[in-house]
Design a protein around this ligand. Structure first.
Ligand code: A3D
Length: 310
């Protein structure tokens, strides 16, 4: 029997998620949106079924607004919620998206209580915390997608700056999904060569700043709405590692219970994603400067989480 992937939210990211999940044959796909947008969700699903002969994939893809249709899902990816408009911070979305996540959590808890849940909705670190609290799911079953994207952006910018293949750039970005996130140049390599040997401090600082502001750079270009291709791929990478037990080490927002000195918050840290879900958090020995930067981003996340009152 095929695996089942439920996509809660069939907007910009949701539709790309559906396409990627189909192309990768991760399983059957259900796109769930609000009742007013049930028909567009059905239309997107049908369009993707009609793409299958050229896309060369087998998957049943359906659209719905009824949570009963996500029953038995192995993976739930949540993008339900408003995206930023130009001039907005992610925190500006808190009230409206908390309301949406509350409804989504109830639906997922009732109909897909065993699924690995990947949250994408912003403000990410607070929304994944809220979803975890509202569902009461075990911590290994709830992952926030942010560091996977932030690290992809960092790797892309490093490759663009140095004119090298992005496949050879390895690195990681820690912390919350906001302008205080912590790229780690010290641990970034290009084909095994340390980035710090290949680029000047000025170049590296510029790359780190661009990474921290990458989402905003795209929001400014769009004027309305935020990035969708790269966030979708980043969530699919997590889902695939779970479904295929690939045991990839990916930067994700995971519940820290003492790791990195953080207690009771979801923060972007390197985790192993296996068939057990978020199996393990890896702790990096940070320098004092890196620790201070991480503490700053944790403070920002803590403040937003407190505003959820959960
Ligand atoms: P958009 O294209 O507006 O799609 C959101 C969809 O959610 C719409 O189709 C809505 O109708 C739907 N929706 C709203 N309420 C509900 C509900 N109760 N149940 C089901 N569906 C609902 O936005 P998008 O796809 O561009 O972005 C989705 C979210 O992802 C936003 O909150 C963004 O800020 C966030 N985002 C996060 C990242 C990260 O890296 C974490 C990156 C980019 C976007």
């Amino acid at each position: 029997m095929r695996k089942k992937i439920a996509l809660i939210g069939g907007g910009q990211i949701g539709q790309i998620l559906a396409m990627l999940a189909a192309q990768k044959e991760l399983g059957d796909i259900v796109i769930l949106d609000i009742p007013e947008l049930e028909n567009p969700a059905k239309g997107k699903a049908l369009d993707l079924m009609e793409m299958a002969p050229h896309g060369n994939y087998d998957a049943a893809i359906t659209g719905t607004s009824d949570y009963k249709d996500i029953a038995g899902a192995d993976v739930v990816i949540i993008t339900a919620g408003r995206p930023r408009q130009a001039g907005m911070t992610r925190e500006d979305l808190l009230a409206v998206n908390l309301d949406i996540i509350t409804k989504v959590a109830a639906g997922v808890k009732q109909h897909a209580p065993k699924a690995l849940c990947i949250i994408v909705t912003n403000p990410l670190d607070a929304m994944v915390y809220a979803f975890y609290k509202l569902t009461g799911f075990p911590k290994n079953q709830v992952i926030g997608m942010a560091g996977t994207l932030d690290t992809a952006r960092w790797r892309a910018f490093v490759a663009m700056e140095l004119g090298v293949s992005v496949s050879d750039v390895a690195g990681t970005v820690l912390g919350g999904h906001g302008p205080d996130m912590v790229p780690l140049p010290r641990l970034t390599t290009v084909g095994g060569v340390p980035l710090t040997d290949l680029a000047t401090k000025e170049q590296i600082d510029k790359l780190a700043t661009r990474t921290r502001e990458a989402g905003t750079e795209i929001v400014k270009l769009f004027g309305k709405g935020s990035a969708f291709f790269s966030p979708a791929w980043s969530a699919i990478v997590i889902a695939e590692s779970y479904l295929k037990d690939k045991r990839r080490i990916l930067p994700c927002a995971a519940l820290c219970e003492g790791e990195y000195g953080v207690k009771g918050l979801f923060i972007g840290v390197p985790v192993m994603v296996s068939a057990k879900g978020m199996e393990k958090i890896y702790e990096i020995k940070l320098t004092d400067e890196e620790k201070a930067m991480l503490q700053k981003t944790v403070g920002v996340v803590q403040k937003t989480v407190e505003e959820t009152k959960l």
